[in-house]
Every structure is written in C-alpha cells, then in structure tokens.
Ligand binder design. Structure first.
Ligand code: ADP
Length: 173
C-alpha cells in the first residue's frame, strides 16, 4: 500500500532571526537543523527595532545564495509575532541557537512567552559550535566598519556584500 504524505505530516522547523548579515555561526545552526528536520524555514525578521545594515530582501537573498546546496531549506521574511509566522508555515518547532549564558535569559523568556501564547509550538535550542561561540552579526559589522578582516566569520559571498554595502554607505556620507 502506498501512503501519500501531506505537507502537515512533515516535521517542519522555523529558524528565526535578524541575520544582518548571516554569519558562519548561523550557517552552522542552519546545516545542523536541515539534518534534523524534513523542512526548515529560515524566517528573516523585518521589523527590527535597530536599523539594519541590509534590507530584509537583501538579507533573504543573501541567505538563499549560500544555502542553495541544502534542498530542504526555504527562506522567507516575516514581521509581527513569531508564533503567527510559525502557524503560517505550518510548523510546530522553533529553533534558536545558544552561544553563551548571556543568550540564555532572553531566549528562555522568549520561549516561555511563546509557549503561553501558542502551547502547541515548542522551542528547541542548539548550542553553538565552539568555533563560533563568540560570533555575532553586530561584532562582524563593527570589525567591518573599521575595515578589519571579516573573512573568518562570513561566507566569502556575504563578506563581499558587507564590504560593498559599507563602501556604498561611505560614498553617500
Ligand atoms: P536575533 O536578533 O533574533 O537574535 P540573530 O540573527 O542575531 O537574530 O540570531 C538568530 C539566532 O541565531 C539566535 O537564536 C541566535 O542566538 C543564533 N545565533 C547567532 N549567532 C550564533 C552563533 N555564532 N552560533 C550559534 N547561534 C547563533
């Protein structure tokens, strides 16, 4: 007997974040999540309280350009409540990365709040690859602002986009 599988039957996870820009730390979490779930949707947050370096479309396209080797990855933008986006994606798992104890308090608060709003959605945490435990998008941007070497932290395609963007900004100011 052949059973047809509905999209709903597949284990889908959402990995949300600002990804401004996507770093090798994020990529490590993306690749590990892609191995654990049938389908992974990377949710790029639009309404960032901080002014992002890259527009949401740019951030989505940058992630797409370096994840094309992963067949079960989809990249979408979202704004508003994360749990609403997770429902729209027909997912029931949120994936977050944990770097250090400093991430923990905020992540725990967010996971618990989301659980009150949407008890059917679970949050799972992947601990960072030690190699990238210090790495954040904001640190990378700071180094790049001072024209430091960012090639250790970003995919070459992303590193080039960051340099281009900062160059563009310098020309405009
Ligand atoms: P947000 O603004 O939502 O924290 P980020 O783009 O900074 O968005 O991060 C998205 C997710 O990726 C978060 O769960 C964050 O903890 C995780 N993350 C960021 N950098 C790393 C890293 N170097 N290693 C593991 N996880 C990371």
């Amino acid at each position: 007997m052949c059973l047809s599988i509905e999209v709903n039957d597949m284990a889908t996870a959402v990995y949300p974040g600002s990804f401004d820009p996507v770093t090798l730390g994020h990529m490590d979490i993306i690749e590990r999540t892609a191995r654990m779930f049938d389908h992974v949707i990377i949710g790029v947050l639009q309404n960032n309280s901080k002014t992002p370096l890259f527009s949401v479309e740019e951030r989505v396209n940058m992630i797409k350009s370096i994840t094309s080797h992963l067949e079960n990855i989809e990249v979408r933008s979202f704004d508003g409540l994360l749990v609403d986006f997770v429902h729209q994606c027909r997912a029931d798992v949120i994936v977050r990365g944990l770097r250090a104890i400093t991430d923990f308090e905020y992540e725990l608060q967010m996971a618990q709040t989301n659980r009150v709003i949407a008890p059917e959605i679970d949050t799972i945490f992947l601990t960072t690859n030690l190699k990238y435990s210090y790495l954040s998008s904001s640190i990378v941007k700071e180094i790049a602002e001072y024209e430091g070497d960012i090639s250790e932290f970003l995919h070459p395609v992303i590193a080039a986009r960051v340099r281009e963007k900062l160059e563009e900004r310098r020309r405009l100011t």
